[in-house]
Design a protein around this ligand. Structure first.
Ligand code: 3Y8
Ligand code: NAP
Length: 250
């Protein structure tokens, strides 16, 4: 009797959970506990860290997990590294459900930077009105550029005021749509969008909106991830479960 642990927190993880529920598979979807009320899922869920790679390996053993699917966000590099290690030490088949990065299309005005510090460095110069759609975890880094007015989109209302002297907070959870993001950028007179190269559809609305308004985008590249088997679609994960997951470990 197989038991699938999905490391989740993304649209694709939710779609996979729904497919596995339809197939009457035994699955658990895991959240880090980053937001107050994660989206309900049609399979069992758990919330909170495991306690590093060793904690994840223990969870796998104690809960008789037979297959590990890393469907986390491409910027969630720590948990993805832990998943590779835990799969190796427990001999558990692992697959990553990963989204292709976004690429600019005609009409896009993108500038790529390798990481958050490089994005901060790129924001030298006169005050701008910046749509900072990176979530909550990285706001402090932008305190080094206090001259700008930041339009912040956060999943939960912040308990502490963000450390940015000029800011507007919008509390909203994706997935988002281009018309809504276009209206938001216009209403707040944004003149620059800063985004993580998340891929997928849930966060891409702001890019279409920026294109339509002729706004530049500062695009942050993904962090490096360890080598692991990767697929791009839920159907490929199902196929792996049914045919390809016999090899031990990663
Ligand atoms: C807790 C679990 C679903 C999943 C929905 C996806 C799409 C909508 C777009 C913008 C960008 C951002 C952020 C974003 C999106 C999906 C997906 C996605 C980006 C939830 C969720 C959890 C989180 C965590 C949260 C982070 C933050 C990042 C907001 C659920 C809603 C900016 C990433 O307040 C915080 O601490 C938020 C933290 C990690 C990045 C950051 O560094 O702040 N996601 N987002 C997960 C957990 O606890 O394990 O409630 O569904 C999930 C989703 N957010 O099934 O519909 O698939 O990515 N999430 C980014 O891409 O830049 C918003 O505003 O345009
Ligand atoms: P991270 O930096 O890679 O992980 C930090 C720690 O959080 C991990 O070591 C682990 O703690 C815990 N963790 C992360 N994801 C977990 C999960 N799915 N289940 C259980 N514990 C988890 O992760 P992150 O970037 O903070 O992302 C946290 C969650 O938000 C993930 O589910 C991710 O998919 C989702 N998310 C992130 C982003 C983003 O921009 N980073 C965007 C959308 C969604 P222990 O070491 O104690 O096990």
């Amino acid at each position: 009797m197989r038991k699938i642990l999905i490391l989740g927190g993304t649209t694709e993880a939710g779609i996979l959970a729904a497919r596995l529920a339809e197939r009457r598979e035994t699955a658990v979807l895991s959240y880090a506990g980053r937001v107050e009320d994660p989206k309900p899922q049609p399979v069992e869920t758990r919330v909170g860290g495991f306690g590093g790679a060793a904690g994840l390996a223990d969870y796998i053993r104690v809960n008789n997990v037979t297959h590990l699917v890393d469907a986390t966000h491409p910027f969630a590099a720590q948990i993805s590294g832990n998943a590779v290690l835990a799969a190796q030490t427990t001999g558990t088949p692992l697959i990553a459900l990963s989204r292709a990065p976004w690429h600019p299309v005609p009409g896009d005005d993108w500038r790529f930077v390798p990481d958050i510090p490089a994005a901060v460095a790129a924001l030298a110069g006169p005050a701008r009105r910046i749509f900072l759609a990176l979530g909550r975890l990285h706001l402090a880094a932008f305190a080094a550029r206090p001259q700008h007015h930041y339009i912040l989109r956060l999943v939960d209302a912040p308990t502490l005021a963000p450390p940015l002297p000029h800011h507007t907070v919008i509390v909203a959870r994706g997935p988002f749509d281009p018309a809504g993001d276009r209206a938001l950028l216009k209403a707040h007179r944004a003149d620059l969008v800063v985004a993580k190269n998340a891929g997928g559809t849930g966060a891409s609305a702001k890019l279409a909106a920026a294109r339509g308004l002729g706004l530049p985008v500062l695009m942050i590249d993904r962090p490096p991830l360890p080598p692991r088997p990767e697929v791009q679609t839920v159907a490929q994960v199902i196929d792996w479960l049914d045919h390809g997951s016999t090899e031990r470990g990663v």
